[in-house]
Design a protein around this ligand. Structure first.
Ligand SMILES: Cc1ncc(C[n+]2csc(CCOP(=O)(O)OP(=O)(O)O)c2C)c(N)n1
Ligand code: SF4
Length: 304
């Protein structure tokens, strides 16, 4: 059953005060709600080099109440597969293995080990927190960075290419569960992680995780930025269960009631778009609209 109010979320916190992540970090909030949906005493997390490694801290001190394996940047899918195999070989049942990786560790350097794990149908959950850049090392461009964004590796013209459609690539593996989420919609995020936990086989959730220093917006606007991404359909909330697509949460409301905001509304509050031209805004709008209409069509088809 869907969670209807924040007060229904578990009260227990699995991340203690004193993490080394920035204030108002979208990843941190994502992790907080995800751990509430898992059973942290029976969860093993695999994490590549990233802001998540920093959040977890340096052994033996950590603010997170969950077992974590730090793996090489490219190897998250393989590391998680190894943990799953190790649990099986030692007869330890009832654990959920969850990989948490950034977009750099997923879209770019980790794509082969992720694809291998999905193709084998490894019994694990993979959460990609997409902050749209290599943030831990200083905001370099990734293939998830949006067109028009200035990064430290695209400082002059801003990024020219649109975001890679990683979710379509993941979907092509025909795994039982694929979803998108946002920390600005915590109940939707919580429900999706909880649902994914109960499904056998490979499960993938991609969370759009706003990053104040990397995107250039004030800390106080963290939740607003995630909501704007959904309201403009820059980030669309949906899930695909056994191939059946449906829009969820704010995106479902947008499809039913209309009121989509423009991409210009989204980019104006972020300094990473300071060099975006009118033509690039137009191109980003067309790219966003095209995807949104595809999603609405898939939602209608899923219901028919
Ligand atoms: C093979 C390898 N190359 C480069 C690095 C340096 N490095 C560490 S974290 C990181 C960026 C990670 O970006 P992303 O996966 O998007 O996660 P985020 O930092 O945004 O959380 C890089 C390039 C590394 N640790 N290993
Ligand atoms: S750089 Fe961004 S993603 Fe990394 S800890 Fe800071 S706010 Fe979070």
């Amino acid at each position: 059953m869907a969670t209807k109010a924040a007060k229904e979320l578990p009260k227990e916190e699995f991340i203690l005060p004193g993490t080394r992540s920035c204030a108002a970090c979208g990843l941190m909030l994502t992790y907080r709600h995800s751990l509430k949906a898992l059973d942290p005493g029976k969860t093993i997390v695999a994490v590549p080099a990233s802001c998540m490694t920093v959040l977890h801290g340096v052994y033996p001190i950590t603010p997170v109440k969950v077992i974590c394996v730090n793996n090489p940047f490219a190897a998250t899918g393989a590391a998680a597969s190894g943990i799953v195999a190790g649990l099986k070989a030692t007869g330890k049942a009832g654990y959920t293995v969850v990989a948490f990786a950034g977009d750099g560790g997923t879209y770019d350097i980790g794509i082969q080990s992720l694809s291998g794990a999905l193709e084998r149908g490894t019994d694990f959950m993979y959460v990609c927190y997409d902050n749209e850049g290599y943030m831990n090392t200083g905001t370099q461009r990734s293939s998830a960075s949006p067109a028009g964004a200035v990064t430290t590796t695209t400082p002059i013209l801003a990024k020219l290419q649109h975001k890679k459609d990683m979710l379509r690539i993941v979907e092509a593996h025909r795994i039982p569960y694929v979803a998108t989420a946002s920390p600005s919609f915590p109940l939707d995020l919580y429900d999706k992680v909880r649902k994914a936990k109960e499904i056998k086989g490979s499960r993938y959730i991609e969370v759009h995780a706003p990053c104040p220093p990397g995107w250039g917006f004030p800390n106080k606007d963290l939740i607003k930025m995630g909501k704007l991404a959904a309201d403009t359909a820059v980030h669309v909330l949906y899930e695909i269960v056994d191939g059946k697509f449906r829009l969820t949460s704010r995106s479902l409301r947008l499809a039913e009631k209309g009121g989509k905001k423009t991409v210009a509304d989204y980019v104006k509050g972020q300094t990473r778009f300071k060099k975006i031209t009118e033509g690039q805004i137009q191109a980003l709008q067309e790219f966003t609209d095209r995807r949104w209409y595809e999603f609405m069509e898939r939602h209608q088809n899923g219901r028919s």
